[in-house]
Design a protein. Structure first.
Length: 183
């Protein structure tokens, strides 16, 4: 789950099955009752119809947790993190960063860093479109060391400088849930 809409859809499906939840958060659901095999299968089918997936594989669950930490940090955090991202991720998931990075690359076909960059660029596009912050403020908010670093990374991903992107009438953004997914 990568959005509030996804969380609402999961809550609805749980209610339909008469299940009570303690928490429905990005990638995590805590249900009060023991769920029967039939309820689990119905939930799985209903979620798939909504474009969501019930995950059983521990590795896949861990990958989703990594993605959710990145998405929360980039798209929803108010302040930049104060430690390195590898430390932050390791602490948040209670896992060794090297293990997480190797697993992520193996399963996703891109590195954690590449996944983060895709999300950062998408967030930068959003901030440019909102037009509430200048590029220097965006660079600070997105934890870049300089405007030049942000601009270089933005251009490498989009082919455009941030200022050229700002001039475009048809500003193309990609849905969060499609970033880092290669078919």
């Amino acid at each position: 789950m990568v959005s509030n809409r996804c969380k609402m859809m999961v809550k609805e499906e749980l209610k339909k099955l008469g299940l009570h939840f303690i928490i429905v958060d990005l990638g995590v659901v805590d249900i009060m009752e023991n769920i029967s095999a039939t309820q689990r299968e119905l939930l799985k089918v209903n979620l798939l119809e909504s474009g969501l997936e019930l995950m059983d594989d521990k590795r896949a669950i861990l990958i989703e947790k990594v993605k959710n930490v990145i998405i929360e940090m980039i798209h929803y955090a108010e302040e930049p993190i104060k430690v390195t991202f590898s430390e932050y991720l390791s602490e948040k998931l209670n896992q060794n960063y090297t293990y997480l990075a190797n697993l992520f690359s193996e399963v996703q076909g891109i590195t954690i860093e590449q996944f983060m960059i895709l999300h950062k660029v998408e967030r930068i596009k959003e901030l440019i479109i909102y037009d509430e912050l200048n590029i220097t403020e965006i660079a600070w908010k997105m934890n870049y060391s300089s405007v030049a670093h942000l601009s270089t990374q933005f251009k490498k991903v989009t082919g455009l400088s941030p200022s050229h992107f700002k001039l475009l009438k048809d500003k193309r953004r990609n849905p969060i849930e499609e970033l880092g997914v290669y078919s």
